[in-house]
Write a protein that binds this ligand. Structure first.
Ligand code: A3P
Ligand code: MG
Ligand code: MG
Length: 389
């Protein structure tokens, strides 16, 4: 039976469908009041194995050791083990929350939260005021006062992601190869090269398998909304202590050769900034590469200093604009979706230059977000059963 009817048996979906609501915005709304953001604290960490199985261990944690200059990022491309691109479910994050609830010392950290989502979704929300190209959609549920967001990819976008043009795929690989050169499974780099590939270049720490990921789940607060956010952390510097202050985000970017390149890079820093800021990652280590994937120089940035670095520049942005917008957006969403029970699924859509809309999905729409009997909307049933009361 279609799972939507199952949902109706549980608790009737209110009818008729409400009208979609719109939040327009002049992209850079003047800020009347600063929106406070609380520094994130880590709740727990987990790993994905080389088969992309979730483990509550730090097996996928990597240590920063720095790349050799001249590193060739095309190395090992034909051996890349790719994680298939699938819809961005939040199951692993919910399992992490379930795990934290079992721990009397951590339970309090995951209670009373207003928003649960992956870091990538929150980055997209917060950077929207400066986004002039890529729109996005996400699915939203409100269960017992907590908003859950998952990325929504249309079938078409999902297909594009899995059928990337060869050139684009190689460039994506460069980013992962950079991670291999920069990190080690141990705190110091092993002196010999990878044993399975005796011809591996200096500094190569092993072939790329994008199934392997180390993730951190943090608790933070935007305005008066407490949030649980999870995301991948590339590596740590020195000892890992369970705090975020040793975390390092790795990035590659094309070398900067002129004013136009520089402005483009400054613009890109906005995404680097929020991506790192949201998980409390204090350092962003960038490898500048040639078009052919050779690392020419590297530079380390302090996440907290980026706003000052771009201020007054051609590619400037202001994080306060983003936080103010984010706060408005979350308030708007909550206002629209509340008092509609614990089961409906909503779709929020952002269109650059015009704003955000939210509508409740009806029976036909909802089909591509539910996953059969074991789900309610897009949430796993086991989680929903526990969360709704
Ligand atoms: P670069 O960031 O060096 O380009 P992350 O930087 O978030 O840790 O991601 C690691 C790499 O994954 C990126 O390296 C990039 O190659 C790839 N990647 C991440 N997000 C992507 C996206 N939205 N589209 C294409 N590739 C992406
Ligand atoms: Mg990463
Ligand atoms: Mg990275």
């Amino acid at each position: 039976p279609p799972s939507f009817h199952q949902i109706q048996q549980e608790s009737p979906v209110p009818t008729p469908l409400p009208e979609p609501k719109t939040l327009t915005y002049p992209p850079q709304t003047p800020i009347t009041k600063q929106t406070p953001f609380q520094l994130p604290t880590q709740v727990l960490s987990f790993s994905y194995s080389d088969q992309h199985e979730l483990e509550f261990t730090d097996s996928a944690l990597r240590y920063f050791v720095g790349p050799p200059l001249g590193a060739k990022l095309g190395y090992g491309y034909d051996r890349w083990v790719r994680k298939p691109d699938t819809r961005g479910r939040i199951d692993a994050l919910l399992r992490a929350i379930g795990k934290a609830k079992e721990d009397s010392k951590k339970r309090g950290m995951v209670e009373g939260v207003g928003v649960v989502c992956w870091r990538g979704v929150m980055t997209r929300i917060l950077t929207a005021p400066y986004e002039d190209r890529d729109g996005w959609e996400m699915n939203v549920m409100l269960v017992n006062g907590t908003l859950y967001f998952e990325e929504h990819l249309s079938d078409e976008k999902l297909k594009d992601k899995n059928n990337m043009a060869p050139r684009q795929r190689l460039q994506t690989y460069y980013g992962y190869a950079f991670e291999s050169y920069c990190t080690s499974e141990t705190q110091t780099r092993r002196s010999s090269s990878s044993p399975s590939y005796p011809d591996a270049p200096f500094g190569w720490s092993g072939d790329v398998n994008t199934n392997v990921q180390w993730c951190s789940v943090v608790r933070t607060k935007l305005g008066d909304t407490r949030m649980i956010i999870g995301g991948e952390v590339d590596c740590v510097r020195g000892k890992y202590t369970g705090k975020t202050d040793s975390f390092v985000e790795l990035k590659t970017s094309m070398t900067i050769r002129g004013a136009q390149d520089e402005a483009r890079f400054e613009k890109k820093l906005l995404k680097f900034y929020f991506q790192s800021f949201l998980l409390g990652v204090p350092e962003i280590f960038v490898g500048f590469r040639t078009p052919a994937g050779v690392v020419i120089t590297t530079q380390s940035f302090k996440t907290m200093e980026l706003p000052r670095l771009v201020r007054g520049k051609p590619g400037a942005w202001d994080p306060l604009v983003c936080l103010a917008w984010g706060h408005r957006f979350l308030t708007f969403l909550r206002d629209v979706v509340q008092q509609q029970g614990n089961t409906p699924v909503w779709r929020a859509k952002f269109v650059p230059g015009s704003g955000a809309t939210v509508r409740r999905l009806d029976e036909d729409d909802v089909v591509d977000v539910v996953g059969g009997e074991e789900r309610v909307g897009f949430l796993p049933r086991w989680y929903w059963e526990e969360a709704r009361t």
